[in-house]
Design a protein around this ligand. Structure first.
Ligand SMILES: *Cc1c(COP(=O)(O)O)cnc(C)c1O
Length: 386
């Protein structure tokens, strides 16, 4: 058994990020400025998008995206039940309604086959989430959206770098929202990025990210800037700092290398867990690139005498940190009480929730660490076979 605790997640910050932060601190420019512009440009090039707008969280990115499409009170937006709080709460900011959709139990992604039945005259958009880093079936989602005249905004918080049929996530739909939260595949501590090919959306999101004041207001204190600005709309305070952007640019340079490491760790898990029938490893479609933000296994409850919570506890006793993605939204008190949801209203999300465990997957791990997790799972399962 491991003597040292293996954390579920660890950020991978090297001397490059530290030096970039120090350089920024010394530069005398801390908030949105040249580092942020450089990070935006590099990110736009990386995913191949026309515009990239840096913000201070993935949640802010989603909020600005819904503002850009003109979401109004009383509108409806289709969001997965199996997601994090942010995906649905941003809809509620507008007094609009998040309409939950059940998941495909194999990929945990929103089930495109259930979308049409939930579309009403008030439906304005779909927010698919690429759960764990595996892209949703974007062809089906985009086809439904086109036919029913809906916007598609991707919650790509897990999806750097992920590919749908050869194309990087970031250019597939109207607007794509990324997160650089501390646990994500690349991080700025807190931060987010929005990509779009639509000039009008980009302009609106850039303005709204900084108080709704006129373009280029960020440089009003530089030699080139002007003191004059105009408030065009009541906006938000969502701009990224140059300190965060300096970290982001260094992380982006490492994104491909991080991905290779994550993929080999995921493959090591696949191999190691293959002969434990009680554990279902992630099922990945052939025609896409999984970003491997998370490695989510499913416990075959019928075959053993322990439940998911107990498995997480026992892994912790074996010095292995795990997590659960996600507690479906409809089970949380706010959604349950506001919309009157019952657990069985989203049967796949509910059933899958009982089975899922996210095993440690990060670039500070080695294949030997994966071996330790596999050994611990094997030992625990052997003690709980039916
Ligand atoms: C992390 C996450 C977000 C939000 O990201 P923040 O940067 O923390 O605001 C949104 N959606 C999903 C699915 C996430 O996991």
């Amino acid at each position: 058994m491991r003597t040292q605790f293996l954390p579920f997640h660890q950020p991978d910050i090297g001397s490059e990020e530290i030096e970039a932060v120090v350089r920024t601190l010394r530069s005398g420019w801390l908030t949105t400025g040249p580092e942020t512009r450089a990070f935006e440009q590099a990110f736009a090039e990386f995913v191949g998008a026309r515009h990239a707008i840096a913000v201070n969280s993935g949640t802010a990115a989603l909020h600005l995206a819904l503002d850009a499409i003109g979401l109004k009170a009383g509108d409806e937006v289709l969001v997965p039940a199996m997601t994090f709080a942010a995906t649905a709460e941003v809809v509620l900011y507008f007094n609009a309604r998040p309409v939950l959709i059940d998941c495909d139990p194999e990929t945990l992604n929103i089930d495109p086959g259930l979308l049409e039945a939930s579309i009403t005259p008030r439906t304005r958009a779909i927010i698919p989430v690429h759960v764990a880093g595996q892209p949703c079936d974007m062809d089906r989602i985009l086809e439904i959206a086109r036919r029913r005249n809906l916007h598609v905004i991707e919650d790509a918080a897990h999806a750097i770098p992920a590919r749908w049929r050869g194309r990087l996530v970031g250019t597939l739909s109207d607007i794509t929202c990324f997160s650089f939260y501390a646990t994500k595949t690349i991080t700025t501590g807190e931060g987010g990025m929005i990509t779009t090919d639509n000039d009008a959306y980009a302009e609106r999101m850039r303005i709204m990210s900084l108080h709704g004041i006129s373009r280029n207001a960020w440089n009003r204190y530089t030699a080139d800037g002007s003191w004059y600005y105009e408030i065009l709309h009541p906006g938000y305070k969502y701009n990224m700092t140059d300190i965060a952007a300096a970290i982001g640019s260094e992380q982006l340079r490492k994104a491909e290398r991080f991905w290779c490491l994550r993929q080999s760790l995921a493959r090591a898990y696949d191999r190691g867990l293959a002969d434990i029938p009680e554990i279902q490893v992630p099922r990945v479609r052939e025609d896409l690139q999984h970003a491997w933000h998370l490695y989510i296994v499913q416990l075959a409850l019928e075959t053993c005498t322990l439940d998911r919570a107990r498995l997480v506890d026992l892994l912790k006793q074996h010095n292995i940190g795990c997590s659960v993605h996600f507690i479906p939204l409809h089970l949380h008190p706010y959604y349950r009480d506001t919309f009157g949801y019952r657990p069985g209203d989203f049967p796949q999300a509910y059933a899958t929730y009982q089975r899922v465990v996210s095993l440690p997957l990060h670039t500070r791990m080695t294949e030997a660490d994966v071996g330790d997790v596999v050994d611990a799972v094997r030992t625990i399962i052997a003690q709980h076979r039916r």
